[in-house]
Design a binder for this molecule. Structure first.
Ligand code: FAD
Length: 448
């Protein structure tokens, strides 16, 4: 019987009090045992009023008339169930939180982490893969490609071997195709912020997103450094950075009813202008030149909206940030004719592109020469054993900052990593053309 009659109500309360216990389910977890509760009810249904062996031996005799009506007991019982259910849900959510939390804090165990997903970092995945070493790749950008993808995706490159000409983005796409058999794991939109050697000789590496690695080796392929938004550096700007002056737009809803200024002439500035012009109170797009770098179609749309009065377009240089008693008021902008425009705004969004910054790489105690990491030319290892550096980030006598150089360095660094992981193993150079082992690693053959 699921719902109790009057005479059973005290028993039910008794059982409830006994069973509202948090029981350990597995390490770090608790559970509320509802099924046990119902099982106990079944036992009680069959037990004698005086509490036969196996029953819960109720403290209030069954013969005692209950102080509540049958109707009331039903309501009370339902309320108890509701409380019980709510408690269970709360506990379940705590368990989930604990699980997720614990999972996030578990460092990823790996043989190698590559910092940077530019051409050198990507080809490093390939060279390590040929030696059967699986890599994790971290990049501060939300997409792969480094300078090729970020700074000149559409431009042609003429000095990649066997490609008389190849677009920069196409080169990245081809590299991704080439490394596909090795299933590298990418961790994008997070900069590596911390790198420390542990007592056991391995490295603890942490990213700005909180991802942690416990890795045997590290290959730094960080190019010119992590790309960061170009900052508005005029008098007064520093006081309002990330408060009223922003470098990205997270929530458009928050901008309803606001006067906003967008700075920039590239695709980001134009795209956001088109997206926001009818969602805000007023929008002013300010670009220093008459020519825009963004898509011609976007420029055309923006100009049509400006003509209709749906937004304001202005060409000029920001001179200073205006404020009143510490409150942000807007910008002062000088145009080409020397006129100054005082523009009121609640928020400014700066889309001046990204610039590389050596950032944390410079703080890891590695030997640095003019913002580059010194390496040997045998293994491309830095001043720290187990930390290698390839591509634009490294320096050695005769270094040339070319994609080609990064490819060569990645090949030798892979052997360096392999030697560090297994110093006693003799590794022979194998041709991808003829070696069955290479074919298997490349996914061309099923068995060695
Ligand atoms: P990058 O391409 O700079 O990639 C480094 C990556 O590391 C970036 O994505 C960055 O976000 C990431 N990173 C940095 N620090 C961190 C961190 N702490 N955490 C996480 N990620 C981080 N070279 C040629 O050979 N031929 C050419 O024709 C040619 N043309 C060029 C044209 C232009 C306009 C430019 C700007 C460069 C050109 N180059 C050319 C140079 C070439 O692009 C570079 O040599 C090459 O990109 C270097 O590759 P990389 O992988 O070492 O570094």
């Amino acid at each position: 019987m699921l719902f109790p009659g009057n005479e059973e109500f005290p028993q039910l309360v008794h059982v409830f009090l006994f069973k509202l216990v948090l029981q350990p389910a597995k390490p770090g977890f608790v559970q509320l045992d509802i099924s046990h509760f119902f099982a106990t009810r079944a036992v009680l249904d069959k037990s004698t009023p005086n509490g036969a062996p196996g029953s819960f031996n109720p403290t209030i005799p069954l013969a005692t008339p209950p102080p509540v009506s049958s109707y009331m007991s039903l309501i009370l019982f339902s309320s108890l169930l509701l409380i019980l259910y709510t408690l269970t849900q709360v506990i379940r959510s705590i368990n989930m939180t604990l699980f997720v939390h614990t999972g996030a804090n578990m460092p990823i165990q790996t043989d190698v982490v590559i910092i940077g997903a530019g051409p050198a970092g990507l080809f490093q995945v390939f060279e390590l893969g040929l030696l059967d070493i699986h890599a994790h790749v971290v990049d501060s950008l939300p997409h792969i490609g480094g300078q090729c993808g970020e700074l000149y995706p559409e431009k042609p490159i003429y000095d990649i071997p066997a490609y008389p000409v190849i677009g920069a983005q196409e080169l990245i796409d081809r590299l991704m195709e080439q490394i596909e058999p090795f299933n590298a794991q990418f961790h994008l939109a997070q900069a590596v912020t911390g790198l420390e050697r542990k007592d056991n000789g391995r490295f603890a590496l942490v990213t700005s997103a909180g991802t942690e690695f416990d890795t045997a080796t590290v290959v730094i392929a960080a190019g010119l450094g992590a790309f960061q938004p170009r900052q508005l550096r005029v008098p007064g700007a520093a006081d309002f950075n990330d408060k009223d002056i922003h470098y990205k737009i997270a929530r458009t809803d928050d901008l309803a009813g606001k006067d906003i200024i967008i700075l920039g002439g590239g695709d980001s500035a134009l795209d956001w202008t088109l997206e926001l012009h009818d969602k805000v109170k007023s929008l002013t797009l300010i670009h220093r030149r008459v020519e825009y770098r963004g898509q011609p179609a976007s420029v055309k749309k923006m100009k049509a909206l400006a003509e209709k009065g749906a937004l304001r377009e202005l060409h000029g240089m920001v001179r200073e940030v205006r404020s009143d008693n510490g409150n942000f008021k807007g910008l002062s902008v000088a145009d080409a004719e020397g006129n100054t425009h005082e523009i009121d705004a609640d928020k400014v969004f700066v889309f001046w592109g990204l610039s590389p910054n050596l950032g944390p790489v410079g703080e890891w105690g590695l030997d640095i020469d003019k913002r580059q990491l010194r390496v040997d030319t045998e293994k491309f290892e830095t001043s720290e054993t187990g930390i290698f550096a390839v591509g634009d980030i490294n320096t050695y006598p005769g270094k040339k900052k070319l994609i080609l150089s990064g490819f060569h360095e990645a090949a030798l660094a892979a052997f360096g990593v392999q030697k560090h992981l297994d110093p006693d193993k003799r590794v022979f150079l194998q041709y991808t053309t003829t070696s069955p082992i290479m074919h298997k690693r490349l996914g061309l053959e099923k068995s060695e």
